[in-house]
Design a protein around this ligand. Structure first.
Ligand SMILES: *[C@@H]1O[C@H](CO)[C@@H](O)[C@H](O)[C@H]1NC(C)=O
Ligand SMILES: *[C@@H]1O[C@H](CO)[C@@H](O)[C@H](O)[C@H]1NC(C)=O
Ligand SMILES: *[C@@H]1O[C@H](CO)[C@@H](O)[C@H](O)[C@H]1NC(C)=O
Length: 488
């Protein structure tokens, strides 16, 4: 008789940047053939997810009710993706209402299985309250951080300590290894935080609860992200498991609610006509955009440096992100026609097949907001990064990439900073030309690509660091289960 598969329950925050890595982890665990997966989220997020699951996947989707209106969110809001910034505090607070529903859901699952418990609950980094429910039921509980450990170590330390109130530049009191942080590397929410605002109250409540987890999984690679892992290990006294890079294949990602503004084939054909290492790929991710004035300077810089480019555009700050892109208003006059005629660039609306682009030999650099999924995709393909972090922990991802790993040059910070055509275009040339810096970045990036490859190698004689970490995590869940059986 086949051995019964153990069930793992997973519950990410309702945001694309969280759901995507959770789904990648879910598919990875399912592929081991040892686990069934129960994926928990709100109804509309599950509906979107359903269409993106591979046909052969048997991941179970379980709904948890959510009433955004009760938290002053616009009707129908179940995801942070199109949420205006000022509503983020409400959005985060609203997630605390999940607790009783999640408790009921877990108890229901146990009942359905005649008392057979899930082997583990993997919850979002913002849902550490789930540990209490897991402990009541005697279930192993881990948190999964879809981002890097350095980025979130800075994020964690900043929110818990709020060290920015005395000076513009400072060391983190419990994380000096991160070196100095400047206030321009903080989001507006964080800069204004003083411990009494609703986001400080939320984060200072949920972040220390990480200590209640049985361990923390990170979507990162030990070899390039050690400092942050050491921080959490020291701070929490809990095991940390770097199990990345967990990425979705293009097929699943396309379905994860995204619509391509260009076909993969067209994109590839265009790239095929360009020389090796000659194209800069520009994208600020699904949730962010830049200011109208910055967009204008960026367009002029791309044109001025003469490099080929693919640019995924979105309406600038202050406009509806889902509205039609108005090239004649937001880009320099005649820009669209000029670059089309010269063949210099491709302007793509909405979303582009990013993995296909990054894996193409014509790509030389990625101007990115340094969101972690984008970072992992770039580094998996050995593409150096030109950093323009915009939000959340992206500032510290950019810092790690530039100061520690050496695969990035930062060109701008945030949606309010002033940028000039000359400075941007000079940086693009620095990175893409055969300059010493440019060659060094490409060399480092190709070394990191090998490190990433090795981390997930799983052979009889060699197990990569991420493979080992995943095994340690799964062993830990089973050890707990066995210990309980012996008690029973
Ligand atoms: C589903 O199909 C893909 C591609 O053929 C394969 O890699 C994967 O292991 C399959 N998953 C399951 C759960 O059978
Ligand atoms: C452009 O670069 C120069 C020299 O590094 C600097 O002094 C200036 O402030 C920069 N301007 C902008 C708008 O970033
Ligand atoms: C980069 O190359 C272009 C064209 O080959 C050249 O005009 C420009 O001065 C170079 N820039 C740098 C910073 O080397």
């Amino acid at each position: 008789m086949a051995q019964r598969k153990e069930n793992i329950v997973m519950f990410p925050l309702m945001a694309q940047g969280h759901i995507i890595p959770f789904l990648a982890l879910a598919l990875h665990l399912e592929n081991t053939n040892r686990y069934t997966i129960t994926f928990v989220n709100t109804p509309s997020n599950l509906k979107k997810l359903k269409s993106s699951l591979p046909q052969n996947s048997s991941i179970h989707l379980r709904e948890i009710p959510f009433d955004g209106i009760a938290h002053d969110l616009p009707p129908g809001t179940e995801n942070s993706d199109s949420l205006p910034f000022h509503l983020f505090p409400n959005f985060f607070e609203s997630t605390l209402s999940f607790k009783p529903h999640f408790r009921k859901l877990i108890n229901g699952l146990i009942d359905e299985q005649n008392g057979h418990k899930p082997v583990c609950i993997i919850a979002d980094m913002f849902f550490a309250w789930s540990a209490e429910i897991a402990q009541e039921c005697g279930i192993f509980n881990a948190l999964f951080v879809g981002g890097g450990s350095f980025g979130f170590a800075c994020f964690y330390s900043l929110w818990v300590n709020l060290p920015h109130r005395d000076s513009d530049e400072f060391l983190l009191p419990d994380f000096p290894e991160a070196s100095r942080i400047h206030v321009t590397q903080m989001t507006k929410f964080l800069r204004l935080a003083d411990g009494s605002d609703s986001l400080s109250v939320f984060f200072q409540k949920v972040l220390p609860q990480w200590m209640n987890a049985d361990g923390i999984l990170f979507n990162t690679i030990e070899e390039v992200d050690k400092i942050g892992l050491m921080y959490f290990s020291r701070k929490l006294g809990r095991p940390v498991w770097p199990v990345g890079p967990l990425l979705l294949s293009t097929g699943s990602r396309a379905g994860a609610g995204k619509e391509y503004g260009i076909s993969t084939e067209l994109c590839k054909n265009w790239l095929d006509t360009k020389p090796c290492n000659s194209v800069i790929y520009v994208s600020f991710g699904s949730q962010n955009t830049i200011a109208a004035s910055q967009m204008m300077q960026l367009a002029m810089a791309l044109e001025a440096c003469g490099k080929n480019f693919i640019w995924v555009v979105k309406p600038p700050l202050g406009f509806d992100m889902n509205s039609e892109f108005r090239a004649n208003e937001w880009l320099p006059e005649g820009f669209d026609e000029r670059i089309k005629d010269s063949g210099q660039g491709l302007v793509v609306q909405k979303w582009a097949p990013q993995v296909e682009i990054l894996s193409h030999k014509s790509i030389s650099a990625f101007l990115s907001h340094c969101g972690w999924n984008s970072v992992l995709e770039a580094l998996s393909h050995g593409v150096p990064i030109i950093g323009w972090p915009l939000a959340a922990e992206q500032f510290y991802n950019s810092k790690l990439l530039e100061e520690v790993i050496g695969v990035c040059v930062e060109v701008a910070r945030g949606m309010n900073c002033e940028v000039s055509t000359e400075n941007l275009s000079a940086k693009f040339e620095l990175v893409m030309n055969e300059t010493e810096k440019g060659m060094d970045l490409r060399k480092k990036a190709s070394e990191v690509k090998m490190i990433f490859k090795n981390a997930v190698r799983n052979e009889e004689k060699f197990k990569g660091s991420s493979v080992k970490a995943m095994e340690q995590f799964l062993d830990a869940t089973l050890t707990m289960k066995k210990a309980q059986k012996e008690e029973d």
